[in-house]
Design a protein around this ligand. Structure first.
Ligand code: NI
Length: 165
């Protein structure tokens, strides 16, 4: 089922999400619905808080909606960052029609549970490292636009204000 994606400035996007305590059928259904939603919206990552579930659960697939060959479900992910800071263009399904360059660390080692409760560890770099950091930020109530300079953020907020009027 395709789920509605909360849009900035919805206050639910700013909450720190709770750990998943047990992988229940409800969690499996949520993960499947999140993957379907991500693919339908041409995204490469989606975090549970974006669909109104304050849980530490992320889906991602860097191969995109056409290939769909590398779906990863991350439950209670932890990331260890390394390398230089590099700037890359980011967008977000919760911030429509906007993208901007954000500085992120080059490498991320990801530890998480999968849907079978198995421990998974993998190393991400390039676009995948950006995606992992972006999605894990969502679990702490942080959006990529929170990482912009005050000047850029101010321009975005004024633009959104105008849209509302
Ligand atoms: Ni996002």
């Amino acid at each position: 089922m395709i789920l509605p994606v909360l849009q900035y400035p919805d206050p639910r996007l700013t909450l720190k999400a709770q750990a998943v305590s047990e992988i229940t059928p409800k969690i499996r259904t949520l993960a499947a619905d999140m993957a379907e939603t991500m693919y339908a919206r041409d995204g490469v990552g989606l975090a549970a808080p974006q669909v109104g579930e304050s849980l530490r659960l992320v889906v991602m697939d860097m191969t995109g909606p056409d290939e769909r060959s590398d779906l990863r479900v991350l439950i209670n992910p932890l990331i260890v960052l390394s390398g230089e800071e590099v700037e890359a263009e980011e967008g977000c399904l919760s911030v429509c029609d906007y993208s901007a360059k954000v500085a992120r660390r080059e490498f991320a080692r990801v530890e998480a549970l999968d849907l079978d409760g198995h421990h998974q560890v993998f190393d991400a770099q390039g676009r995948m490292a950006v995606c992992v950091q972006h999605e894990c930020d969502h679990l702490d109530g942080v959006l990529f636009i929170d990482r912009l300079s005050r000047l850029k953020r101010g321009m975005l907020d004024r633009r959104l204000q105008k849209k509302k009027i």
